[in-house]
Design a protein around this ligand. Structure first.
Ligand SMILES: [Zn+2]
Ligand SMILES: [Zn+2]
Length: 154
């Protein structure tokens, strides 16, 4: 038996760590690519750019974790939510975070103004897919003032 060879458990742990690093890097790349790629359908408004920048910044500082259900081996839609920005989530974890947010009352994700539910609009930007990386959907809620600032009327 060769004791210089890592055991299967060691190898699995190292592979997991490498995959997590690769995934964080892939998210940062996807977000970075999206800021340029959005030109096809019209550039994101200034408020949308701020959310994209926020996510890119967090990814670069490694302040985003990945929910345990996302795997590079089986890409599925991924969600980054401005109201809970520390994690990129699979659809069901995103749904859970959404319900938690809804239970705490409405506020604008951009200016933090508290607004009644009727005056807040939920928005999402679909990031373009990057090879080997599922598309990330950036989700946020805007008050009427911030929507106007972004150039959107509804
Ligand atoms: Zn999940
Ligand atoms: Zn606002």
């Amino acid at each position: 038996m060769d004791h210089d060879q890592p055991g299967p458990a060691d190898t699995a742990l190292r592979d997991q760590a490498a995959a997590a690093d690769a995934e964080a890097a892939a998210i940062a790349r996807a977000a970075a690519a999206a800021t340029g790629a959005h030109r096809d359908t019209g550039p994101p408004g200034p408020v949308e750019q701020a959310f994209i920048g926020l996510m890119i910044g967090r990814a670069r500082r490694r302040e985003i974790t990945i929910c345990p259900h996302l795997s590079p081996a089986a890409p599925q839609p991924e969600y980054w939510q401005a109201w809970a920005p520390g994690e990129v989530r699979c659809a069901s974890c995103a749904e859970r975070a959404y319900r938690q947010m809804r239970a705490t009352g409405a506020s604008c994700d951009h200016c933090a103004a508290a607004v009644s539910g009727a005056w807040i609009t939920e928005r999402a930007i679909q990031m373009p897919p990057v090879p080997g990386q599922a598309p990330v959907t950036v989700c946020f809620r805007l008050c009427a003032d911030c929507q106007a600032a972004n150039g959107q009327s509804a």
